[in-house]
Design a protein around this ligand. Structure first.
Ligand SMILES: [Zn+2]
Length: 210
């Protein structure tokens, strides 16, 4: 906290940008007592029953969960992937689910399309060009138009060695993260989406993590 406002830089170190924006929308009132809220329980109070439920569900580790978490991938990027796969990102598709209807226009194509997860991260002009580049350079044949299928295609491909395995695991996550950053920069800063910039930043990230 800085005075009565959120410390944006501190929040950005551990959380994705869109979550930070949501947190900053929460007002802080001086003199009001703070109290913890236990989110697994609908009333916000800790109970052993709800804690047990969280632990029990946590044991069902899926292939997806194994692939998005890696000690070389920062927490905020893995967390972003989790939200992407659970359709929890703040995009028009999510707003429509909450019946907040409005015109949907993506920021990744010349011809504006409806903004949904598959479009932003796989089918749209920006995403398609970026995936094509990485698919060709990684000898991965992928003709999917669904982000989940593309991710599985990468994660289930045979790896030649440990380094190759690491690249196949982490590259899709880095691609999605860089696509999200580009989309976000266009939406809030007016910076035009550029596939070459996304590719070079994705490459730089993969090499730095390797
Ligand atoms: Zn688009």
């Amino acid at each position: 906290m800085i005075g009565n406002t959120w410390d944006e830089n501190k929040l950005l170190r551990i959380l994705p940008m869109d979550m930070v924006k949501q947190i900053q929308n929460i007002n802080i009132y001086e003199g009001e007592d703070e109290f913890p809220i236990w989110t697994p329980d609908t009333h916000g109070f800790f109970t052993c029953k709800s804690a047990w439920k969280v632990l029990r569900e946590g044991r069902n580790t899926t292939l997806t969960a194994k692939k998005i978490w890696h000690h070389k991938i920062p927490f905020k990027i893995s967390f972003f992937m989790l939200r992407l796969l659970k359709n929890k990102l703040s995009i028009d598709q999510a707003l429509h689910r909450f019946r907040v209807a409005g015109p949907s226009r993506c920021s990744c194509c010349k011809n504006y399309a409806i903004e949904d997860t598959n479009h932003l991260f796989r089918n749209g002009e920006l995403a398609d060009e970026v995936w094509n580049y990485f698919n060709i350079h990684s000898d991965i044949f992928d003709n999917h138009n669904n982000i989940r299928s593309t991710l599985m295609n990468w994660w289930l491909s045979d790896a030649k060695n440990k380094v190759h395995s690491f690249v196949q695991q982490c590259t899709p996550t880095v691609i999605c993260w860089e696509l999200w950053k580009a989309i976000y920069s266009h939406r809030y800063e007016g910076i035009k989406c550029n596939p070459l910039r996304v590719i070079s930043q994705g490459m730089a990230y993969s090499m730095a993590a390797d």
